[in-house]
Design a protein around this ligand. Structure first.
Ligand code: SIN
Length: 537
C-alpha cells in the first residue's frame, strides 16, 4: 500500500504554453539534448539560472580516451572496476565509445580545453589507469562547457530558456506525460507547459544531505515528481561522497577537485601524518569511497573535524595557473594554498541512482525521458569513476534529444486537456519548513551517509515515517514547501534501498555488512510507488 504522503500534491493555472519538447534542467545533459532538437519548439527551464547547475560548477574535467596510447577499452575497464561490476556494461560501452565523438564535437563547437606545448593537458584522477581527463580554464571546466553549449544554443532560434521556473509536478494521466506544472517565480504565476515530449535533466539530489558540494537548488525535485507519476527509481542506495571539500565554519562546502591530488597534493591528518598509506596502495588516488572513509576514520581517531590537503611541495606558479578558482576561493578565507594547508572533509557529491531509463533516456512513462545525473542507465554501477559525469551528460543528453526528435517527427494527437490544478491556501498543521529541511539533511548525513548500518537506517526510516505523516497532510503553496516534500520522497526511497542491500559495494558501505556479497547482491534494485513497501518491514 502506498502511504498517502507519497501521493501527488494538488494545488490554478493562470497561464499555458505549448511546446514540442520541454527540457527541465540546463546543465550539460539538458543543453546537449536541446541542441539535438533544433527545428522544434523547445523550452529549457531551470530553477534559478543556467549558471546554477552542477555542470557549471564542475572543476576536475571530462574523461575521454582521446590521448595518444589510451583506448576506450581501458576507459571501459576502469569504469567497470570503479562501479564494482554492477554497471550496465552496454551503457558503459556507449559512454566510452560515443564519448570520444561527443567530446570532439564539443571542441569543434569552440570548447577550449587546456593545452600544453604539444597536446591537450590531460590530467589524472583516482581509479583511471591513464591520464585522460580534459580540463578547461584550469579548474573551471564546467563553466567553459556551459558557455560553449549556450553559445551553440543561441544560434538556434526555436530554443527558449526560462529561469526561475520551478517544476511543481509533472502533468499527465495513465502513464502518459503531457508536460509540467511550474511555479514561475518572476511573475508569481502557476504555468502549465503543455509538451509533446518532456526530457528531465535536472541533476542529482545532494541537498538532502547536510554536507554537499551541490548547489542549493539540487533538492531531487524531478526524481520525486517522476516517482509520484509512477516512474521507476533505480540504484538509489549508491550515492558518492567526495573526499575533499573545503571545511571552515560558515564557508560554503566548496569542492577541492580530485585533480589537486592527481597533480600531487597529499592528505595529512591533524598530527601532520600522511595517512592514506594505511588504507590503500594507491594512497590519495584510491577510489573516492575508500578515501572518504579513510578521512572519516582519521577524523574520528584524531578527534578532529577535518584533515588537510598539502600542496606545499608543488610549484606555486603551477598551482595558481592550474587551480585558479580553488586558489582564489581559499584565499578569500585566509588560506594561501601555495603555503597553507587546506582543511577538508567529505561531502555528498553525486547520485549514481535516479530515474531508470534505457540507453536513449526513455523512462517507463510515455513521452517522458531523463538524462544526466537525474537518470539511471546503470552506467556508473555502485560508484562513478571520476570525471565520467560530464561525459554521461553529453552522451546520454544527445541520445535523449535524438530519440525525442525522431518521435516528434511521427507524433500524433497533439491535443491535451489542461490538468486540474487549483491555487490553494496553505492547509494542515503549521510547519517550520526550514527546520524540517535541516532535520532531513542532518538525519540523512548522520544515518544514511558515508557509513550506514541497520540501527542508523531503522532510526532514519522511523523518523522519516513520523515526519511524512504531517509533511504530506499539508498542502503547500510555496517553493520551499514543495521542495521539502521532494527531499522527503528521495530520502525515503534512498533509505529503504540502503536498508535492503545487506552488503557493502562501492559507495554503499554498511558497517554491519562490510564485505561485498556477490552471491546475493551482484544485482541492482529498483523502486516504484506501486511496489514501494513490498518486502519492507
Ligand atoms: C572533481 O573535480 O574532483 C570532481 C570531478 C567529478 O566529480 O567527476
Amino acid at each position: 500500500m502506498i502511504p498517502d504522503y507519497l501521493i501527488s500534491i494538488n494545488p490554478s493555472i493562470v497561464a499555458t504554453e505549448d511546446v514540442d519538447c520541454l527540457i527541465i534542467g540546463s546543465g550539460i545533459a539538458g543543453l546537449r539534448a536541446a541542441i539535438e532538437l533544433a527545428g522544434f519548439r523547445v523550452l529549457v527551464t531551470c530553477k534559478n539560472d543556467p549558471y546554477d547547475s552542477s555542470t557549471y560548477h564542475a572543476q576536475g574535467g571530462i574523461a575521454a580516451a582521446i590521448a595518444h596510447g589510451d583506448s576506450p577499452e581501458s576507459h571501459f575497464k576502469d569504469t567497470m572496476v570503479a562501479g564494482c561490476f554492477v554497471n550496465d556494461a552496454d551503457a558503459v560501452k556507449i559512454l566510452v565509445e560515443e564519448g570520444i565523438h561527443r567530446v570532439k564535437e564539443l571542441i569543434s563547437w569552440g570548447c577550449r580545453f587546456d593545452k600544453n606545448e604539444s597536446d591537450f593537458d590531460f590530467t589524472h584522477e583516482a581509479a583511471h589507469s591513464f591520464s585522460r581527463i580534459l580540463h578547461a580554464r584550469g579548474d573551471a571546466t564546467g563553466k567553459e562547457i556551459v558557455h560553449t553549449l549556450l553559445s551553440k544554443i543561441s544560434s538556434i532560434p526555436e530554443i527558449v530558456l526560462k529561469g526561475k521556473f520551478f517544476l511543481i509536478d509533472l502533468a499527465g494521466v495513465d502513464n502518459k506525460i503531457t508536460g509540467g506544472i511550474f511555479y514561475d517565480a518572476t511573475f508569481d504565476n502557476i504555468v502549465f507547459v503543455r509538451a509533446k515530449k518532456t526530457i528531465i535533466a535536472s541533476g542529482g539530489f545532494g541537498q538532502i544531505f547536510q554536507e554537499t558540494t551541490n548547489p542549493f537548488s539540487i533538492t531531487g525535485d524531478l526524481q520525486a515528481a517522476a516517482f509520484r507519476k509512477g516512474a521507476v527509481l533505480g540504484d538509489m542506495e549508491f550515492y558518492q561522497f567526495h573526499p575533499t571539500t573545503f571545511y571552515m565554519a560558515g564557508a560554503p562546502r566548496f569542492l577541492i577537485s580530485e585533480s589537486v591530488r592527481g597533480e600531487g597534493g597529499i592528505l595529512i591528518n591533524s598530527s601532520g601524518e600522511r595517512f592514506m598509506k594505511h588504507y590503500h596502495p594507491d594512497m590519495e588516488l584510491a577510489p573516492r569511497d575508500v578515501v572518504s572513509r579513510a578521512i572519516v576514520a582519521e577524523m574520528r581517531r584524531t578527534n578532529s573535524n577535518c584533515v588537510y590537503l598539502d600542496l606545499r611541495k608543488l610549484n606555486s606558479d603551477f598551482i595558481k595557473h592550474r587551480f585558479p578558482k580553488i586558489y582564489s576561493f581559499c584565499l578569500e578565507y585566509g588560506i594561501d594554498i601555495t603555503k597553507d594547508l587546506i582543511p577538508v572533509r567529505p561531502a555528498a557529491h553525486y547520485a549514481m541512482g535516479g530515474i531508470l531509463t534505457d540507453f536513449y533516456g526513455r523512462t517507463n512513462l510515455e513521452n517522458l525521458f531523463a538524462c544526466g545525473e537525474v537518470a539511471c542507465t546503470g552506467v556508473h554501477g555502485a560508484n562513478r569513476l571520476a570525471s565520467n559525469s560530464l561525459l554521461e551528460g553529453l552522451v546520454f543528453g544527445a541520445r535523449a534529444g535524438k530519440i525525442a526528435r525522431e518521435q516528434l517527427g511521427s507524433f500524433k494527437g497533439s491535443v491535451f486537456n489542461l490538468p486540474s490544478y487549483k491555487v490553494i491556501q496553505q492547509q494542515g498543521p503549521l510547519i517550520d519548513i526550514y527546520d524540517l529541511q535541516r532535520s532531513i539533511k542532518s538525519l540523512m548525513w548522520k544515518n544514511v551517509g558515508i557509513e550506514r548500518d541497520e540501527t542508523s537506517l531503522t532510526d532514519a526510516l522511523n523518523r522519516l515515517e513520523t515526519w511524512g505523516k504531517y509533511i504530506f497532510q499539508r498542502e503547500f503553496n510555496i517553493q520551499s514547501g514543495w521542495e521539502v516534500q521532494n527531499m522527503f520522497i528521495v530520502s525515503f526511497v534512498m533509505t529503504v534501498a540502503a536498508m535492503k542491500r545487506k552488503e557493502s559495494r562501492g559507495a554503499h558501505f554498511r558497517k554491519d555488512f562490510p564485505e561485498p556479497d556477490d552471491r546475493n547482491w551482484k544485482k541492482r534494485q529498483t523502486f516504484t510507488k506501486y511496489n514501494f513497501y513490498k518486502g519492507i518491514k
